[in-house]
Design a binder for this molecule. Structure first.
Ligand SMILES: *Cc1c(COP(=O)(O)O)cnc(C)c1O
Length: 422
C-alpha cells in the first residue's frame, strides 16, 4: 500500500460491527481465564496484553501504523522523543560503553548524550557529520555500540548523508540510529538507505497539532545482532527471562523486543492510550500536511533569501543550499517546514524581529500546524557553551522558523512587517 493509504488504514482493521475509528482502550490491565495463560505471557511465549506499561491495544495499533510508514518490522512508543532516544541507547549500551553521534542534533538529545549518559557511564563522542569518512571513523572505539544522527538536523538544518553514515556504522558492526523527526516518512524513509533504527519525537509533525508529547522507536529488523561481535547482551541468556537469548528467540525483532521487555518494563517510559489516539489522528493527515508545510516553507525561504534584513537562510530545498544535492537524494528535493535564518544585527536583530511578529508566535516548539519562531541560543540551546553552539552549527543571531499551514501571503506579510523593525 502507498504511504497515504497506510497513514489511514495500517495498524487497525475493524471487523464486522466494530468501531470505524480506533477505540481508546483506557485500561491499565487485561483479564485472562487461567494462570497458564498469564505464565505464557510473562515468559514471552505468547503475544498478548496484560499491563499497559508494556503494551496496550490502542498504542499497539498506532505503533504498527508507524512501523508500516517507516518500513520497519516493529515499533515501540515512548512517553516523549527524549525517552525514545534514551531507550534506544539503553537497549544497545551499558555503563562502560560508547556511542558516536553527530554534533548537529537537537539540544535535548545533546544534553542527554553529553551530560546524563555520561553520569551513567556511557560516553558519547561527537563528530561533525559533514567531516571526512576518515575523521568520523577515528571516533569509533572497541566498545562503541551505535552511530547516531538526524535526517535534517534541528536547528542546524544540515542534511545527513544516510548511506555514507550507514556504511561507516556497518564497517564497525554497529547500527545506525537516525532521528527522522523533521523529515517524516513522507520525505524520507531512512531504513531504505541503510539506517537500522529510526526514532521520532512524535510531538512534532506526526502529531502536528501540538496536543501531546510522545516518541517512537522503529526497528528495521535488518541489523544482525547475532553476527556482530559487539552485542554480547543480545546473544547471552537474560536472567530476568529464565535465560532467554534475544537473537535466538526473536531473530530480526531482537532489538525491539529487548527494548520493550527489558527497558520499557524496567524504566516505564510508556505512551498512554489517549496520547496514541491523538497521535493517530495526526498521522491520518501527515502526508497532506507535509505537502503544504514544504510548499509554504520553500516560498517563505525564497522570500527571506532576497530580503535586505536577512543575512543568511538555511533551507536545504533552496537550490544554492550546500545540502541541496543531499536533499535531492534523500528528501525528494523537499526541505520540510523548518527554516533557520539570520537577521542582520545578530542577537539584538533577532530579538527585535521576534518581538514584532503578530501572526507567527514565539513558542518552544516546531512542526506545528501554526507558524512559530524560536531563538535557539536563548532557549533550547541555552545550556550550550559558545564552542558547543558553534559545533552544533548555531550562531547567536539564528532564528528558527517553523512554517505552518496558514495562507502563505498572511505569513509573509507578518514576517515582512516584523523585519521592518530590525
Ligand atoms: C523535539 C525533538 C526531540 C525531543 O522530543 P520530545 O518529544 O520533546 O521529548 C528529539 N529530536 C528532535 C529532532 C526534536 O525536534
Amino acid at each position: 500500500m502507498n504511504l497515504y493509504t497506510q497513514a489511514l488504514h495500517a495498524g487497525y482493521t475493524p471487523k464486522n460491527g466494530e468501531a470505524r475509528v480506533l477505540p481508546i482502550q483506557q485500561s491499565t490491565t487485561f483479564v485472562y481465564e487461567k494462570t497458564k495463560d498469564v505464565q505464557a505471557l510473562f515468559d514471552l511465549e505468547a503475544p498478548g496484553f496484560f499491563y499497559s506499561r508494556l503494551a496496550n491495544p490502542t498504542v499497539d495499533a498506532v505503533e504498527k501504523k508507524i512501523a508500516a510508514l517507516e518500513g520497519g518490522v516493529a515499533a515501540m512508543f515512548t512517553s516523549s522523543g527524549q525517552a525514545a532516544a534514551f531507550s534506544i541507547i539503553l537497549t544497545l549500551a551499558k555503563a562502560g560503553d560508547h556511542i558516536v553521534s553527530s554534533s548537529s542534533i537537537y539540544g535535548g538529545t545533546f544534553n542527554l548524550f553529553a551530560v546524563t549518559l555520561k553520569r551513567m557511564g556511557i560516553e558519547v563522542s561527537f563528530v561533525n557529520q559533514d567531516a571526512s569518512t576518515e575523521e568520523i571513523k577515528a571516533a569509533f572505539r572497541p566498545n562503541t555500540k551505535a552511530l547516531f544522527a538526524e535526517t535534517i538536523a534541528n536547528p542546524g538544518m544540515n542534511v545527513l548523508d544516510i548511506e555514507r553514515f550507514a556504511t561507516i556504522a556497518h564497517s564497525f558492526e554497529v547500527p545506525l540510529v537516525v532521528d527522522n523527526t523533521f523529515a517524516t516518512p513522507f520525505l524520507c524513509r531512512p531504513i531504505d538507505f541503510g539506517a537500522d533504527i529510526v526514532m521520532h519525537s512524535t510531538t512534532k509533525y506526526m502529531d502536528g497539532h501540538a496536543v501531546q508529547v510522545g516518541g517512537v522507536v522503529v526497528d528495521s529488523g535488518k541489523f544482525d545482532f547475532a553476527k556482530s561481535s559487539r552485542f554480547e547482551e543480545f546473544n547471552t541468556p537474560d536472567p530476568s527471562y529464565h535465560g532467554l537469548i534475544y537473537t535466538q528467540a526473536f531473530a530480526n525483532m531482537a532489538f525491539i523486543v529487548k527494548a520493550r521487555v527489558q527497558i520499557m518494563r524496567d524504566i516505564g517510559l510508556c505512551m498512554t492510550a489517549q496520547a496514541a489516539f491523538y497521535l493517530n489522528q495526526g498521522l491520518e493527515t501527515l502526508g497532506l500536511r507535509m505537502e503544504r508545510h514544504c510548499e509554504n516553507a520553500l516560498k517563505v525561504a525564497k522570500f527571506l533569501k532576497q530580503h535586505s534584513k536577512v543575512s543568511a537562510v538555511r533551507f536545504c530545498a533552496l537550490e544554492d543550499s550546500p545540502y541541496y544535492d543531499l536533499a535531492k537524494k534523500y528528501l525528494n528535493a523537499k526541505g520540510s517546514g523548518v527554516i533557520s535564518f539570520e537577521v542582520v544585527g545578530g542577537r539584538e536583530g533577532g530579538i527585535r524581529f521576534i518581538d514584532n511578529l503578530k501572526l507567527c508566535s514565539l513558542q518552544v516548539h516546531v512542526a506545528d500546524i501554526r507558524t512559530c519562531v524560536l531563538h535557539p541560543a536563548s532557549s533550547t540551546h541555552r545550556q550550550l557553551s559558545d564552542e558547543q553552539l558553534q559545533q552544533a552549527n548555531i550562531t547567536a543571531g539564528l532564528v528558527r522558523l517553523s512554517v505552518g499551514l496558514e495562507d502563505l501571503n498572511d505569513i509573509i506579510a507578518d514576517l515582512d512587517k516584523a523585519l521592518s523593525f530590525v
